[in-house]
Design a protein around this ligand. Structure first.
Ligand code: F6R
Length: 364
């Protein structure tokens, strides 16, 4: 049942290219030029704001999607954690699209947040894995992420499949709102269809990941840094690591380093920097230098251009294939997952059933 893997988590990480390729073909027309949504569709010209609500890893998928919706569709997005959202009772206008993201579709706080938005938002959209779930049932429209059953408590393939659906929604929003031409859309869709192949390449870096993980397994604290759409991934990398290896980890926006967390840096605190080469890369290089100047040990996840531009002094480089910036958060989820997985394996913790955690949180 684990398909030759030692853990369900390993199987679920490994099957992402296949699962994602199927999910992409479900949502992209066979000629590769259009995004296909269920009947009743979605018209993004009707909204002037999106509110996205979720918990845990699903919340980090929403935070990533905020960058996409705002940058490519110019549509303002507010992201909130369900437990905060529901009791804050935020004002919701009729021109708001409310999106709820949940693997299980049963998370109590997310469901309560959804119910709060009924009769307030114009439309309730959910992005779920379990299609028969309460959250799917109580939405105006439920989009399945098509990840297949996820058994490992730490979410992996559900995260990348959530990102896939959210990326497609952002492209659709850009097209509806007239801020993206057909050619650009087709280019993005063709890049998306190439993504599973790149994910396979990322999965091929297991040996390098294991060697970095053996270093992380010695640590008591680990920092994850990312900028732009890689910032939510820094949060996700830290969450994955603490969930299954019980190592204390914090994710920060790289630019926040000097506003506090740099006080933690010394030779015992590895700093994982998630930074594909992009227009902001030199800023990440300065952040790494600040870490290295304090004897901090940097593990840099980047592409070959980034590795060259980073210069000397990096403890270990984990090389990813080149990818267009728009899709980088989906590809770079793989190293975040693999680092956590191999660190937990090195520590001998229970990867699929981490202590104190449940797969579905149906009580608040
Ligand atoms: C992290 C993890 C949790 C869930 C969260 C939301 O690996 O699994 O943080 O992401 O409990 O669960 P769903 O998506 O079922 O609402």
């Amino acid at each position: 049942e684990k398909g030759g893997h030692k853990h369900f988590m390993a199987k679920e990480i490994a099957e992402q290219p296949t699962v994602l390729a199927d999910a992409i073909s479900h949502y992209v027309s066979t000629d590769g030029t259009a995004i296909t949504l269920p009947d009743g569709g979605l018209d993004f010209t009707q909204y002037d704001r999106i509110v996205m609500v979720a918990c845990g890893t699903a919340n980090y998928a929403c935070l990533t999607a905020k960058y996409w919706f705002e940058q490519i569709a110019r549509l303002p997005v507010e992201v909130d954690i369900a437990s905060e959202f529901r009791y804050r009772e935020p004002p919701i206008t009729a021109r708001t699209l409310a999106i709820f993201v949940s693997q299980s579709g049963e998370t109590a706080d997310t469901l309560a947040a959804l119910r709060y938005c009924v009769d307030k938002a114009d439309k309730i959209l959910s992005v779920v894995n379990v299609q028969e779930s309460s959250i799917a049932r109580e939405s105006d429209m439920a989009l399945p992420i098509l990840a297949g059953t996820e058994i490992g408590v730490a979410s992996t393939k559900a995260f990348t499949c959530q990102l896939n659906v959210l990326a497609l929604l952002a492209l659709k929003a850009a097209q509806d709102r007239g801020v993206m031409d057909q050619q650009t859309l087709s280019d993005h869709l063709s890049a998306l269809r190439n993504l599973p192949g790149l994910m396979n390449q990322a999965l091929g870096t297991a040996d390098a990941m294991k060697s970095a993980a053996r270093k992380l397994a010695q640590a008591q604290d680990v920092l994850f840094l990312g900028r732009g759409a890689m910032f939510p991934l820094a949060l996700e990398g830290a969450l994955k690591l603490k969930e299954i290896s019980y190592i204390h980890a914090e994710g920060y926006a790289s630019g926040e380093l000097k506003h506090g967390p740099i006080a933690l840096v010394d030779k015992k605190v590895p700093v994982v920097v998630i930074a594909p080469s992009d227009p902001l890369f030199d800023k990440s290089v300065s952040n790494m230098q600040e870490v290295m100047a304090r004897n901090g040990k940097v593990i840099l996840v980047t592409d070959s251009k980034g590795a060259k531009d980073a210069g000397d002094g990096v403890w270990q480089v984990l090389l990813m294939p080149e990818i267009e910036p728009f899709l980088a958060p989906i590809l770079y989820a793989i190293p975040a997952q693999l680092l956590a997985y191999y660190t937990a394996v090195a520590k001998g913790t229970d990867v699929d059933q981490p202590r104190n955690l449940a797969k579905s949180v149906t009580v608040e």
